[in-house]
Design a protein around this ligand. Structure first.
Ligand SMILES: Cc1ncc(C[n+]2csc(CCOP(=O)(O)OP(=O)(O)O)c2C)c(N)n1
Ligand SMILES: [Mg+2]
Length: 581
């Protein structure tokens, strides 16, 4: 008979379950004996089904990226367990993505024990406990989390977990970080349940009446109104609400730096996407009223901006963006509100209180529909190979055709091809297109796993640059894919290098030495067998395609492998990022 423990660790796991966390993405260490024991005890007693399921992640970046995508798909919080300062730092840029992606994720790390001589259970008994004793472990995370705290006693561990998750889920949602020293995580406790209903996230905020009236009137009476959004679609239900408003008033929508599906691609009011734009967008230039709605980067002022005469409004769950050192939209009014609630208010006001000028609205509808059709025709014309090579547009069109009959969830990490991917995928279903929302590459690998766990019935696909594929730690991703039977499809936009830093350099030094010699230090030649990494680590279907004519059939074969339960990675060779030398 093993000894029975109920410790802070048990209560911690229970609190996560009470709060609706179903999975913990974990990378374990010497700080976790309490948790490991509590989990094993639950398994031995057959009560482990009452605790979150632990997914073993052999790299912390993969753990957090998986938790990130899982939380975005389910719109429920997830948890990550990492090892002291080392594991915390190994999450690397994934924590920055979780912050910018507004991900409600609780990260827990143990800390070095605080007793030396066996004063308490969990006391120092390994050399590493001295080496991992750092002055400010929580400081590693402080610039990236909404809340951080140390569990100082098991007596209130449940309160801390629920509070942390309440903060994480309240908008703008984001990551939270808890630490717990070994001794505290071993503290014996009397079991106690907490009612999660007492820790509900804050209810969504609405616009005030006068702001609603002013913005609805401005949009309705404008000659050329425009809505720019980036992350409204984090709540898939908000998409339909925006469609209603756009239909009612004939307002075009542009998605800017969008990592969510915000508006149906084929809707006549959709006027395209913008990421890093070099040119002025004509719709933005012509707009006399612009509503910036849940957008972190509505436009890049140095080369693409609204007219000086335009009237701008900002509605955002975080309109001042204090978490960015520099952000400015010269808005007449800025309002803090939930996007879905606010858009519904604007539509209701326009419908119920305004005497709409039908002629004006129908003239707008005709003009915007024509612009939409012209964009679509221009994009369609790009969907072919060039000089016998696969182009990003052709590749994306092939992926679109491949997935036409699938219930697909597409993760994008296509970097310099973000815009091309958006333009050629034609995503029309809310909640079926996701990016990290952040700037730290390598997200899609763990993201695939978390997304597949969150929606096993869907076909989960990543479209990623070759650099991103390597950043994602594909060996770990594909070991996990096989271990947990999470078959997904990865399509690598393989230009054998980093095109982004090259483009950045050309943007600043268009006629410099780097440009003259095509010498940017960004080539991956000679190339590794990228799909082969997945085959070696997880038995994945692996293929590299260079001939455009082969592409549809190889993609089909790869998808068939996924449906048969095996992950697939296809590298499609695009023109090289830099001339190989
Ligand atoms: C973790 C991390 N390291 C470095 C960068 C800088 N960076 C931005 S884009 C990029 C290249 C990405 O390469 P790839 O995925 O092949 O896309 P491509 O630029 O070729 O389209 C790099 C290195 C980053 N954003 N994140
Ligand atoms: Mg590349």
């Amino acid at each position: 008979m093993t000894e029975r423990y109920y410790t802070t660790s048990t209560a911690f796991l229970e609190a996560l379950a009470e709060a609706g966390v179903t999975h913990i993405y974990a990378n374990l260490g010497s700080d976790h004996p309490g948790l490991i024991e509590a989990l094993a005890q639950a398994r031995s007693e057959g009560t482990d089904g009452e605790l979150p399921r632990v997914i073993v992640c052999p790299h912390e970046i993969v753990a957090l990226c998986a938790a990130h995508a899982h939380a975005l798909v389910t719109r429920r919080p997830t948890a990550v367990i990492v090892h002291v300062d080392a594991g915390t730092q190994n999450m690397g840029g994934a924590i920055s993505n979780a912050m910018r992606g507004r991900v409600p994720v609780l990260v827990f790390a143990g800390t070095a024990p605080f007793t030396l001589r066996g004063e308490l259970p969990g006391t120092r008994n390994e050399f590493i406990h001295w080496i991992q004793d750092v002055p400010d472990q929580r400081g590693i995370m402080r610039g990236y989390v909404k809340y951080d705290n140390e569990i100082r006693t098991g007596r209130n561990v449940k309160q801390l977990v629920h509070r942390a998750l309440q903060i994480a889920q309240s908008e703008p949602s984001g990551p939270v970080y808890l630490t717990g020293p070994r001794e505290v995580m071993e503290e014996p406790l009397t079991p106690e349940r907490t009612d999660p209903a007492h820790y509900r996230p804050v209810d969504p905020a609405a616009l005030t009446e006068d702001v609603t009236a002013e913005i609805a009137t401005a949009l309705a009476t404008a000659r050329n109104p425009l809505i720019i959004t980036g992350h409204l679609g984090r709540d898939p239900e908000a998409v339909g609400v925006l469609v209603e408003l756009a239909d009612l008033l004939a307002i075009p929508v542009i998605e800017s730096a969008a990592f969510r599906m915000n508006f149906p691609a084929d809707h006549p009011m959709h006027l395209g996407w913008q990421f890093t734009t070099a040119e002025q967008n004509p719709t933005l230039a012509a707009a006399d009223v612009v509503l910036v709605l849940d957008s972190d980067v509505p436009y890049i002022e140095s080369n693409n901006k609204p007219s000086d005469d335009a009237t701008l409004y900002v509605i955002d769950i975080d309109p001042v963006k204090a978490g960015m050192t520099l952000w400015h939209v010269p808005a007449k009014r800025s309002a803090e509100a939930n996007g879905k609630v606010a858009v519904a208010q604007l539509a209701a006001y326009a419908r119920d209180h305004l005497d709409l000028d039908r002629e004006l609205i129908e003239a707008r509808r005709t003009a915007v529909t024509a612009a939409h059709d012209a964009l679509q025709a221009a994009w369609a014309a790009q969907e072919r190979p060039e000089n016998g090579q696969i182009t990003p547009a052709y590749l994306t069109a092939c992926v679109r055709e491949l997935l036409a009959d699938e219930d697909a969830l597409i993760l994008t990490e296509a970097v310099t091809n973000f815009q091309t991917v958006a333009e050629h995928l034609h995503v029309n279903k809310p909640g079926s297109y996701l990016g990290s929302g952040g700037g730290s590459l390598g997200w899609h690998g763990g993201g695939l796993l978390g997304a597949k766990i969150a929606c096993p019935e869907r076909t989960v696909v990543a479209l990623a640059g070759d650099g991103c594929y390597l950043f994602s730690v594909p060996s770990v991703v594909h070991w996990m894919a096989r271990r947990y039977q999470l078959p997904t499809l990865t399509v690598i936009y393989d230009n054998r290098g980093w095109r982004a830093p090259k483009q950045s350099t050309l943007g600043v030094h268009p006629a410099g030495a780097a440009a003259a010699a095509d010498d940017f230090g960004v080539s991956f030649e000679p190339e590794a067998d990228l799909p082969g990494i997945a085959a070696a680590a997880g038995g994945a279907f692996a293929a590299t395609v260079t001939d455009p004519a082969d592409l549809p059939a190889v993609l089909k074969e790869a998808l068939a492998a996924v449906h048969a339960g095996r992950s697939a990675v296809v590298a499609a060779h695009l023109p090289p990022a830099q001339t190989p030398r």
